[in-house]
Design a protein around this ligand. Sequence first.
Ligand SMILES: [Zn+2]
Length: 339
Amino acid sequence: MSIVDRIKGKMTTAGRSYKSKYPGRVSSNHGGSMSGYKYIMFHHTASTSYSGAINHMCNPKSDVSAHFVIGKEGECTEIVPMTLQAWHAGKGEYKGVPANKGNAYCIGIEVVNLGDGKDKFTTAQLKKIDEVIKYIDSFVGEKLPIIDHKAYAGNRKVDMRANFPLDNYKKYRSYKAPSSSSSSKPSTSTSNTSSSSKYTLTRILKVGSTGVAVEKLQKAIGVSVDGKFGAKTEAKVKVFQKSKGLTADGIVGEDTAKALGWSFKKKSSSKFTLTRLLVVGSRGDDVKKLQKAVGTSADGIFGEATERAVKVFQRKHGLTADGKVGKDTAKALGWLYKG
Ligand SMILES: [Zn+2]
């Protein structure tokens, strides 16, 4: 009997709860827990029927499965939970994955398609794939590189064929480029060079600010350059803002930066600081934050599901998988730690 059971979207894996966004049939064709998460691997089913593909992958005799099956009308089922090894990779080898261990390290997506290089992938299907990739990203907690079966299995396999937008998925995690502007507009070399040399301001400048960015500002507005944003700089910024029809507040944010011909990209605001060790039983907003980061439901209570997700995260980052969130794990999460 399968150790996976699903009731109304809830799967129980080895007695632990796992809620899928794409509930439905569950396959018993799977191994134990994933050893880590290295790649998202695409396959085609070499068939045309979504239900047929699921039937096949849920048949214990077939010995094959995947984590996700995506149909031509945009249907999707997670037939093996991402916590467990699905049987899709087989023999092969790829950077960072030990030989023949693809199932232990790759999330498998089976896309319903004949795989003859002619059968078209539908827009509904491709859009669903985009959505599933986001779902995987949030579960894993990072954007795993995307490969196809052939990259791992070599000449043994043909999936994916060239009519699948694999390159776009690798680059953009989507079937299409994020903005059509660069590809559809004829590019002029001059505009390219000027945009690439554009200065990018990464913080707001105001009275009291110092540093290279302030020097750059002072040069731009014609104030003697000392790298210190004082009253003179402020006055000149106001003049500049007025001349551009902006609110003359003397603060250089996005609008003023743009008017200066700069880009503005604020660095992700101050890092979160964890102030205690989080373990099973911990409760609070920091637990919620942790749960969001590791992709479990954010109820603010550190239970078994959270512990499991933390261990997966720790393993993936080469940390001791003790399920406790202290200094090292906080660091790996991009947090500060002052416990
Ligand atoms: Zn395949």
